[in-house]
Design a protein around this ligand. Structure first.
Ligand code: SF4
Length: 290
């Protein structure tokens, strides 16, 4: 398998995802998120490009699969980043799955873009869970410069709901001082729209932390102190444990009170998930299959 690969984040035991496969439709990403971790291991990350013979190779990969699998689009790129508007690689992949591999694939689409609405005509015919990452309102232009506004993304969530597509909302990363307060507001505001939430704190890599403090110089000292004084887990700088618990607790309190499905992502904490899976793959059983 060349482009569709087992999802195995740094062979991390702290990852509680069920087994699944990952497909990065593009190499790199044009959304420009300052906190992005993928720039630490993908060369020239913010200069996205296509993969050679994408559709042919992916079709070959899919033919090698002999059982139903979950494929996530994508973990180190965004399938609906700006390039997709003209190149349609993601749409072509969806068409391929609908045509030949419908019975082999559960699709989890993770995006920060409203462009996903363009492909609803195909997505409604697939076993699919869509995961929208929505992290901020007022600092969105700084944090994720080339993504649509908060209100546009909220509209996307409403549209997906209207189409009965199982929906996960990721509020990830939550960064102290930067979007912590807004993240909680967003959670409360979108609580009734999603079937499952994933909320997680920012895990720093040296290059992403550098970009973050350059973008928010007013918090630079505090952020550096917190992250370099925190824990080092699988090559990433984490907030100190008690800080992670402090940030996440209000989300859990609200989720418990409102009976919502919530999980964290690679927090290395012994907090109970309020859900059947961390990533939302449990929603496939309620996914519409036509
Ligand atoms: S959308 Fe995802 S992959 Fe793209 S820059 Fe942002 S965090 Fe990185």
């Amino acid at each position: 398998m060349r482009y569709i690969r087992p999802f195995d984040p740094w062979r991390a035991r702290i990852c509680s995802c069920p087994p699944k496969f990952n497909l990065n439709v593009y190499t790199g990403c044009g959304h420009g998120c300052v906190y992005c971790y993928a720039s630490s291991f993908i060369k020239d990350f913010y200069n996205p490009r296509v993969k050679r013979n994408f559709l042919r190779v992916v079709e070959e990969d899919l033919r090698k699969i002999d059982e139903r699998i979950t494929i996530i689009l994508s973990t180190s790129s965004d399938p609906y980043q700006p390039l997709e508007r003209d190149l349609l690689y993601t749409r072509n992949f969806l068409e391929l799955v609908v045509k030949f591999f419908y019975d082999k694939v559960n699709l989890m689409v993770v995006t920060k873009s409203s462009l996903v609405k363009r492909d609803l005509d195909i997505l409604v015919d697939l076993p699919v869970v869509i995961s929208l990452t929505i992290t901020s309102k007022s600092v969105k232009r700084k944090l994720e410069p080339f993504t649509p506004s908060y209100h546009e993304m909220k509209e996307v969530a409403i549209t997906l709901r209207e189409h009965c597509i199982p929906l996960v909302i990721r509020i990830d990363p939550v960064i102290p001082f930067v979007n912590e307060r807004e993240a909680l507001d967003i959670f409360e505001e979108l609580l009734d729209l999603a079937d499952h939430f994933v909320v997680s704190t920012y895990k720093a890599k040296p290059d992403s932390l550098k970009r973050l403090v350059r973008t928010f110089p007013e918090y630079s000292e505090k952020l550096i102190e917190l992250y370099y004084g925190g824990e080092r887990i699988h090559g990433a700088y984490y907030l100190p444990k008690e800080e992670r618990l402090r940030v996440l607790k209000p989300f859990f309190d609200i989720a418990i009170k409102r009976g919502k499905s919530l999980a964290t992502c690679r927090e290395a904490l012994k907090v109970d998930y309020l859900s059947k899976s961390c990533d939302g793959t449990h929603l496939f059983c309620s996914s519409q299959v036509h």
